[in-house]
Each structure stands twice: as C-alpha cells, then as structure tokens.
Design a protein around this ligand. Structure first.
Ligand SMILES: [Mg+2]
Length: 276
C-alpha cells in the first residue's frame, strides 16, 4: 500500500531563519488528501537527499545509500527519460561518492554548483575568495561554542550543531555579524546546521535553471525536501505548476507531505511500480 500523502492546511506565519525564507508564509497543520497523480513519463524529479531520501545522521559522513534505493532512482530516471536530479546541500563530489556508481544531474551546496542534464558543470564561485578570507573569523565563532564543528564545502561553509539546539541562537548572532558587511553572502539555517552560502543562489534558483534545460524542460516538476533550506525549491515548483512535497514534520509552504524518508522512498517506488 502506498504511504499516506497529506495536503498542507491553512497558511500561518513562521519565523524562518534565512534572509530569503524569513518572510515566506509556511503552513503547519496538514490534512489528508489522495496522492497527486504523478506520471513518471511526464515528470521531472528533484530530490533532496539527507532527511528526504535518507534518514538524517549525526555527521554527514555517517550515511550510505542502500542498493535498493539506487535501483529505484535509476528506474524512475529511465521512466522520466533522464529527468531526475539530486538537489542537496552536499557538494557534488560528495553526492557522486554516495550514489556511486550512478552519476545523476545534481545541484550541490544549495545550488552554488550544478551539473546539468548534459553533464556540464555550472559554478557560482564569485564569493569564494571572500568566504576563504572570513574562514578564520567563522572558526573563532565556533571555537568558542562547544558542540559545533565546521564543514568547509568549498562554496559554502556549514557549521553543524548536532544535538545542541541551545547553542543555535548565540551562534547565529555571531555568524550574522561576520557576514553582515557582505550582502553577497547569506546565512541559511537547517536542521542542526547553519550555512554561509552565496546569497545569489539557493535550491529554488537551481531548480528554475534545470527547468529551462533538457531533459527537464516542459515536464511536470516534482520536488521532495525536508528542511527550511528546501522552501525556496517548494516555491519554485509551485510557481511552475508542479508538485511540492515536504518530508517529515514541521511548518512548510509545500503543498503535500510525506511523514518520513522511508515513506518518501516508498511513494517514489510506488510511482515506478504502478507505471502502466
Ligand atoms: Mg535535507
């Protein structure tokens, strides 16, 4: 049986944490509706990874992709004639290592780097030198706060705060003061992580870029994500008349919801299995 997919209820305000998502109206209370009729052959799939296809782990290194998931994704990609992309905060190299031997079109580091459907790389790296200069200041912020660690992704810097929600407010204030003179940078807050990334790029804009290109162009976009960092992607697919699906609990502007990564994978598997 397919997992229950639910429709989000009335919109309410929510104090989001990134500069770009702060004012987006997000919905809290979902109400059940039947799954939308998504046809693999006519859709373009955009999939976040951590917390969406895979359960969240304490450290980004502590995850692996089950063989069965790889097979399902490959199946859906074939049905969609190649229109399946990963859209993640991880660097592309990290995604390729995780999903080996498959190489998918992908947006990494929240869209700061992107491999399109033809395999061409696009990188937004105009801020890279600035980010490098700020790195010592960022390390000083985190060095004062026990329980945090820094992941330098190249075009983004992630500050992980696993299992220490009480340190987030203080850390956010410090990091905001570091980047405030630099409007080309933005602070994005996800689950157990704060990320400094280029303000000119987010998952929504990466998704829009994919949708101008083959094999994604002209298809019904479907985006699955689990975090505040995915809200711009939900917004982009909704504007394109697509299907936005939040995975897990928490407020979201996505139109539909699946309760867990396992439910998300089961739903995707069902789309492939039920294909006529
Ligand atoms: Mg995620």
């Amino acid at each position: 049986m397919l997992p229950t997919i639910v429709h989000n209820g009335p919109v309410m305000s929510f104090p989001g944490s990134s500069r770009r998502t702060q004012s987006l109206p997000l919905a809290e209370a979902p109400s059940p509706v039947p799954p939308p009729g998504v046809d693999c052959r006519k859709s373009a799939f955009f999939l976040d990874v951590d917390g969406t296809l895979l359960p969240l782990a304490g450290h980004p290194r502590d995850v692996s992709v089950p063989r069965a998931l790889l097979e399902r994704l490959d199946e859906i990609r074939s049905l969609a004639q190649g229109a399946l992309a990963l859209v993640s905060g991880r660097p592309l190299a990290d995604l390729d290592r995780l999903f080996a031997p498959e190489i998918f079109p992908a947006a990494g580091q929240h869209g700061a780097e992107r491999r399109d459907g033809a395999g061409k790389l696009h990188r937004r790296d105009t801020h890279a030198a600035l980010l490098h200069r700020l790195r010592p200041k960022i390390s000083r912020c985190t060095g004062r706060i026990r329980g945090s660690f820094v992941e330098d992704k190249g075009l983004c810097i992630a500050i992980h705060v696993r299992d220490r929600p009480e340190i987030v407010d203080g850390l956010r204030k410090e990091l905001e003061s570091v980047i405030s003179p630099h409007p080309e940078l933005a602070l994005l807050e996800g689950k157990n992580v704060l990320e400094i990334h280029p303000a000119a790029m987010d998952k929504g804009r990466a998704l829009e870029d994919f949708l101008t290109e083959l094999p994604f162009r002209g298809r019904h976009p479907v985006f699955l994500g689990d975090d505040v960092t995915d809200e711009s992607g939900f917004d982009a697919v909704d504007r394109a008349g697509g299907t936005s699906i939040k995975v897990g609990a928490g407020p979201s502007r996505a139109r539909y919801r699946l309760e867990t990564p396992a439910a998300a994978v089961a739903w995707l598997s069902g789309l492939a299995r039920d294909h006529p």
